[in-house]
Ligand binder design. Structure first.
Ligand SMILES: *Cc1c(COP(=O)(O)O)cnc(C)c1O
Length: 475
């Protein structure tokens, strides 16, 4: 497909600006270091170009999108409509508080709702993503130890099943990462944890249900071991879709967590944002929170700044419109609806897991939460069919592949998260497609190895794309 710079004709433009009615003044020196290249296209060319591009992408409105760990669920349109209200889109973040009372009410209500869902005492809405929230939470943990003059606590314990952002955030926050192994169910190995904690433990970062979709039955013991060693417990809330309304990280013994509004709470995930990764914490960490939190004083809302703040994590209060969507979602579902959503997410995942286990090997043959992991290790050894081949073959059926090669502890992993918003018919369709692909992989492995056959591009060099990306157009 041609780029926008390759269509149109020099001098062609959209006439959207009125003629200049003041004298033109030439700049003395051109501040630009190089020529400004703008596309020269008509409005219709522009419109067709972007429509063509849009048709080439696959979104949750096109079909099944089972990316495990990402919660790619359908987001009700009403959430978008609320976020598009002019009263919300037109506000300026520096507007005086008297003029943005409604917006502060949105923030205050969302802070309270998220705190209630997570079992925490305070919430900051400032972080812009999950990883940003992790970094924030780790700085809170650091500030806590420093405030007690407990300077030797410089290690963060992270299980080997963790999302890559966990160790990365810990390193960025200035900690050393201690990796601990998982047991044969993908859960934390208690002996490994006991051996890892000590006087230098700043904290533990944990995802529960973990990245293989299993709820760690030792969760209370885990947080106890860390607390007894003097460390704090960080909960990676990316998988909250499995447990919201059922149980609360705060009650499991966690001191601080992040929530991905762009996974669990109605902002479409992917496509580069904007996202939002609010951080919740227990009372004793509240004084370190960044930015401002919205508070209600009498009948009015105000901004409140923490006394011993870790400082701003970004400008202003965070990605506000994402908050509006989350609040709309939470409010329309209500307490019972949220619980029903997580129940159905777990039910759907188990339905697919059981049906697919007749054809595929499950990495952990136990009841799962909202997602499950299949392993193609056997197929890879015996018929040289990799997880990547199965994923690519799905594209020919118009189905987005699941998460591949994650978590790293499972070889040839395909991680499926159907979410609560898929129907039984759709899941049955995907199950039958996956069976068909498996049959074909056995009878005609070359066909599957060369999939996809119907897409515009078949198999791009993904390593090259990641290592040497070309993101600027050469004029
Ligand atoms: C998505 C995810 C993250 C990071 O969240 P971002 O919003 O993508 O930065 C962290 N942990 C887990 C388990 C995740 O799935």
């Amino acid at each position: 497909m041609e780029l926008i710079f390759e269509i149109g004709e020099e001098g062609r433009q959209l006439d959207i600006f009125p003629k200049c009615d003041v004298p033109e003044v030439k700049l003395n020196a051109n501040p630009r270091k190089q020529e400004l290249h703008l596309p020269h296209v008509s409005e219709q060319e522009l419109s067709r170009h972007y429509t063509k591009l849009a048709k080439r992408t696959h979104g949750v409105n096109d079909g099944f999108y089972p990316l495990g760990s990402c919660t790619m669920k359908y987001n009700p349109k009403i959430d978008e409509e609320m976020a598009a209200l002019p009263g919300f889109t037109g506000v300026h973040p520096l507007a005086p508080v008297e003029s943005v009372q409604g917006c502060l009410e949105v923030m205050d209500t969302l802070q309270k709702d998220l705190a209630e869902i997570a079992g925490m005492d305070a919430v900051t809405l400032q972080p812009a993503a999950g990883a940003h929230g992790e970094f924030t939470g780790l700085l809170l943990i650091k500030a806590y130890h420093e405030s007690r003059n407990d300077m030797k606590r410089n290690k963060i314990i992270v299980p080997d099943s963790a999302h890559g952002t966990n160790p990365a955030s810990a390193v960025m926050a200035g900690f050393e990462v201690i990796n601990i192994p998982s047991d044969d169910k993908g859960c934390v190995d208690l002996d490994g944890l006991r051996a890892a904690v000590g006087e230098d433990t700043a904290g533990l970062m944990l995802t529960n249900p973990n990245t293989v979709g299993v709820f760690d039955k030792n969760i209370l013991e885990i947080t106890k071991i860390v607390h007894e060693a003097g460390g704090l417990c960080y909960y990676d809330g990316a998988n909250l879709n499995a447990v919201m309304g059922q149980c609360r990280p705060g009650d499991m013994g966690f001191d601080v967590l992040h929530i991905n509004l762009h996974k669990t709470f109605a902002t479409p995930h992917g496509g580069g944002g904007p996202g939002s990764g609010p951080v919740g914490c227990k009372e004793f960490l509240k004084k370190f929170l960044p930015g401002f939190t919205a508070v209600k004083n009498g009948d009015c809302y105000d901004k409140s700044y923490a006394t011993d703040t870790i400082g701003d994590l970004r400008t202003m209060g965070g990605n506000f419109l994402v908050m509006v969507k989350a609040l709309t979602y939470i409010t329309t579902l209500g307490k019972e609806g949220i619980k029903e959503a997580s129940s159905n997410a777990v039910l759907n995942a188990n339905y697919m897991r059981v049906k697919l286990s007749k054809t595929y090997h499950m990495a952990y043959p136990v009841t799962c939460m909202h997602e499950f992991v299949m392993t193609l290790e056997e197929e890879h050894k015996q018929i040289n069919i990799a997880a990547m081949d199965i994923a690519k073959a799905m594209l020919d059926y118009g189905i987005h592949p699941p998460t591949m090669y994650f978590p790293l502890i499972v070889h040839e992993a395909l991680m499926i998260e159907p979410t609560e918003t898929e129907t039984k018919e759709e899941m049955d369709h995907v199950i039958s497609v996956l069976k068909e692909i498996h049959d074909k992989a056995v009878s005609d492995p070359d066909y599957i190895r060369n999939s996809p056959h119907t897409t515009v591009i078949s198999r791009p060099d993904e390593v090259k794309a990641a290592r040497t990306p070309v993101v600027a157009y050469e004029f």
